[in-house]
Write a protein that binds this ligand. Structure first.
Ligand code: FAD
Length: 443
């Protein structure tokens, strides 16, 4: 092992690194793949029995460069108060006797300003566009090798739909910023929404929708299938995937991590990447690092798409606070945000409120409601709405790739590629400075 991965990489770009990646969700698997593709030795560790079984399992499926603004914004405290106490509200706060939660909430509230939100949009957009192009490159490579990666991807775009003129106007204003940064979004009238997505006809007839914002280049797909399949390809590239192994602690010497200890195993590497989703904060604390990443619980429901009645375009219903994506013959709806610690209990009234949102928007899907599959997951949410990527803390061979919150599918592959560039001393595809942990002033 080299004394410092940074100096080793700079002195000899061709040397083979041994990289330990902790966490096999969408972020960890794409990270492992990136290093393996560059010829490095990778150990991928997860406590679960396979890849993509935690938060990356049944998310909303949107790969939406047009929707990368952080959730923290000026309207959020008022909306939170409005929904407080409503069992079926899209937002819920359950205060815990846990300083980690309070500190995160304080940080989040401090970001509920328009300027703070705007500050994060362009960095996130860069990462989302890199994700799309990197996914294209990976797909092209695997296809050329005769083993295309199928994950129910759709390239029919994503449409945000609005129930109020004011929200539509605000969205149109935001689209200007995106347009200047190179992302085209079209403002639609209600009638144009139906032209683009005929499945919205009944909603428009009921007078619910005043208009939409359509990003034709956005996509959707099944993050779990992608993660699982890419993990298998990574193994074929030589990645050693250790499952059922919970990382419990680290061994350190001076400014280096020398070992990653699981229940029964000790792994060493030149670089250690922490990509453990909501498990990242606890592991980072052991290394003297406080990272502002806290779970935000959400629900998803998957129903049969039915014959010819389901939308092809992925949808974001701004008023109902749900996203809807089609995966082949399945429809997935996802929503709700709950600050309630690490509890993953599936509460049926809340899960049903997400299904109700889908059926009121698209009543034609009611026939499949009896076959609904409910799921809940914990978004690894950073307080400012951007992930933490790059070297961190006093251990020079520790790298973070975590805190992707509600955008892990949208930003995952780009985060992995950019991090691998940085660790391997390659020409960076993206400046990672906006994602460095140093942006948080008090840690
Ligand atoms: C309801 C819902 C809807 C969503 N919709 C979208 C969407 O439409 N688009 C989008 O872009 N994003 C969406 N997201 C967010 C996205 O799913 C997450 O950002 C993403 O899955 C996070 O990926 P990850 O790899 O960081 O975490 P995970 O997928 O949770 O992976 C982390 C892995 O680390 C492992 N791990 C943790 N601790 C340890 C340890 N100590 N030792 C070993 N292994 C460990 C876990 O087992 C897990 O496999 C949604 C999330 C939810 C909950």
């Amino acid at each position: 092992m080299s004394p410092h991965v940074g100096s080793r990489v700079r002195s000899s770009r061709r040397s083979i690194l041994k990289v330990v990646v902790i966490g096999a969700g969408i972020v960890g698997v794409t990270t492992a793949y990136e290093f393996a593709e560059r010829g490095h030795q990778v150990i991928l560790i997860d406590k679960r029995e396979g890849a993509g079984l935690e938060t990356s399992y049944a998310n909303g499926g949107q790969l939406g460069a047009g929707e990368v603004a952080p959730w923290a914004g000026p309207e959020v405290p008022w909306l939170a108060l409005k929904w407080m106490g409503r069992a079926d509200g899209p937002f819920r706060l359950r205060l815990k006797a846990d300083p980690e939660q309070w500190i995160w909430l304080l940080r989040f509230l401090m970001r509920c300003r328009a300027s703070a939100r705007e500050e994060r949009v362009l960095p996130n957009l860069g990462l989302a566009l890199l994700t799309q192009s990197r996914m294209d490159e990976i797909a092209a490579k695997l296809t050329s090798e005769g083993a295309p990666l199928a994950f129910d991807e759709r390239r029919d775009g994503i449409m945000q739909i609005f129930h109020y003129e004011r929200s539509l106007k605000e969205a149109a204003h935001g689209a200007e910023t995106m347009r200047r940064a190179g992302l085209e979004q079209r403002v639609l009238t209600a009638a144009e929404c139906v032209e683009v997505e005929p499945a919205l006809a009944s909603s428009v007839q009921r007078g619910e929708i005043v208009g939409g914002l359509y990003c034709a280049s956005d996509r959707s797909g099944d993050a779990h299938v992608f993660t699982r399949e890419l993990a298998a390809r990574a193994e074929r590239l030589g990645v050693r995937f250790v499952t059922g192994a919970e990382v419990e602690r680290f061994e350190t010497q001076g400014d280096r991590i020398t070992g990653v200890r699981t229940n029964g195993w000790l792994f060493g590497g030149d670089a250690v990447v922490l990509a453990a989703g909501i498990g990242s904060a606890k592991l980072a604390r052991q290394l003297g690092l406080r990272i502002p990443v806290y779970p935000l619980k959400g629900y998803s429901v998957t129903v049969p798409a039915g014959e010819g009645v389901a939308p092809k375009v992925s949808l974001t219903d701004e008023a109902r606070k749900i996203v809807v994506s089609r995966f082949g013959d399945r429809m997935r709806v996802a929503g709700t945000a709950e600050v309630s610690g690490y509890d993953t209990t599936l509460e049926m009234p809340r899960a049903k409120s997400v299904l109700d949102g889908l059926l009121s928007l698209l009543p034609q899907l009611s026939a499949g409601a009896g076959e609904a599959q409910f799921w809940t997951g914990l978004r690894p949410m950073s307080s400012d709405g951007s992930p933490l990527i790059g070297q961190a803390g006093r251990y020079r061979n520790l790298y973070l790739n975590t805190g992707h919150g509600s955008l892990g599918w949208t930003l995952g592959a780009g985060s992995a590629a950019a991090l691998a560039d940085a660790v391997c001393g390659e020409t960076p595809r993206l400046d990672l400075t906006p994602f460095n942990i140093k942006r948080f002033s008090f840690i």
